[in-house]
Design a protein around this ligand. Structure first.
Ligand code: NDP
Length: 340
């Protein structure tokens, strides 16, 4: 099911106090879109700590509240737009205690709801309005009077009218212009984490191993980096895939290339990859194992140096042949750019 502007009534937001917790990537874009859709500035409040994000919100004409309990107390609608890993701590401890039983909580990612990490009152509405775009595109497409792909769902319907609110909010941020797709926190989380933990790791691995094999065969770092990604050929392929379709974009390639790609793909046995993908989906994502393990290291992500597990992962990736080569190449490319 896809919802369009005509399915949504902005009237249901009349006289509602709408609070944006977070004025980052999504928060800044969605709050501005909502205001430009006719929601009065007086009905919008930005909840943010006193720092550069708060300064940015004020410079754009918004009211800012730095006490999250005060912000929660006045919210009819609360957009939860701070990073996923800090949401449980901030929402449960600082916002939920003062939030009205009749409030609507809006999430832009299914993660914390699917894994039941947020404490809601049973009478509250919890809706998902999850753009499939980075915040700057959410804003720039709105300014061009275009929509953007977005998932919408009602995760808890305390009022019985959660869908009407979800659709009105989707329309207000500009999502129903292109059509907002009915989804769920489970579906959004499964697809998002699957892409991050199954699909892209395999793509990184394929590039790493392809690089190594071709280097062994005598190809130079420079030629490989440009051939494989710095020429932006893969970016163009994905751009075409978004426009024409994943298979149809092949027709823009040479006949030799089309034959090689299609016959090569058909000859590959996907059984091992399929089993690996199913294992990640069922035994890591859907059963909550990844979430449990990630919660254990979440605090370490704020540490400096190699005590931060993310820095440690970067260290290993950067030490690979591909990582080393592209570091040299990037520096060389920057130097060349500076000269010209
Ligand atoms: P950002 O990383 O841009 O969030 C930054 C905001 O969060 C700032 O206002 C920041 O303010 C605040 N913040 C960060 N840490 C804390 C903290 N410990 N306590 C209080 N406030 C904090 O987030 P995104 O916009 O990227 O993500 C928001 C939601 O949108 C997430 O659920 C995400 O999954 C979802 N989403 C994101 C997309 C994206 O492209 N990034 C795409 C679609 C959905 P300050 O540091 O001043 O406190």
């Amino acid at each position: 099911k896809i919802y369009y502007d005509s399915d949504a009534d902005l009237g249901v937001l009349e006289n509602k106090q709408i609070v944006f917790l977070g004025f980052g990537n999504q928060g800044a874009a969605q709050a501005q879109n909502l205001r430009d859709s006719g929601i009065p500035n007086d009905n919008i409040l930005i909840a943010n700590r006193e720092d550069s994000y708060a300064v940015d919100a004020r410079s754009k004409g918004f009211r800012v509240e730095h006490d999250f309990a005060n912000a929660g107390a006045v919210a009819d609608v609360l957009f939860l737009l701070i990073p996923d890993q800090v949401q449980p701590r901030v929402f449960n401890e600082q916002v939920a205690p003062t939030l009205r039983e009749t409030a609507t909580i809006v999430i832009a990612s299914g993660y914390n709801v699917f894994y039941k990490l947020l404490n809601f009152h049973p009478k509250q509405d919890v809706v998902m309005v999850a753009p499939r775009m980075i915040g700057s595109s959410v804003r720039s497409l709105y300014e061009k009077e275009k929509g953007f792909p977005c998932f919408v769902s009602v995760e808890q319907d305390g009022s019985g009218t959660g869908l009407a609110t979800a659709l009105a909010l989707s329309r207000a941020i500009g999502a129903t212009r292109a059509g907002a797709i009915a989804s769920s926190a489970r579906e959004e989380t499964a697809m998002d984490l699957f892409a991050e933990q199954a699909l892209w790791p395999n793509i990184i691995m394929l590039f790493r191993e392809a690089f190594s094999v071709l280097k062994e065969a005598g190809c130079s770092d420079e030629a490989l980096c440009y051939e494989m990604w710095m020429s932006k050929e893969p970016a163009e392929i994905f751009e075409r895939a978004a426009e024409d379709g994943f298979i149809q974009q092949l027709k823009h390639h040479s006949t030799v290339s089309q034959f090689g790609q299609l016959s090569g793909a058909r000859a590959l046995d996907g059984a091992a990859a399929r089993e690996h993908f199913k294992d990640i989906l069922n035994n890591q994502i859907l059963n909550g194992k990844f979430c449990k393990e990630f919660s254990k290291i979440e605090a370490d992500l704020e540490k400096e140096g190699l005590e931060n597990p993310l820095n440690e992962l970067y260290r290993t990736a950067e030490e690979s042949e591909l990582g080393q080569a592209e570091k040299r190449m990037t520096r060389a490319a920057i130097a060349r750019h500076a000269i010209t």
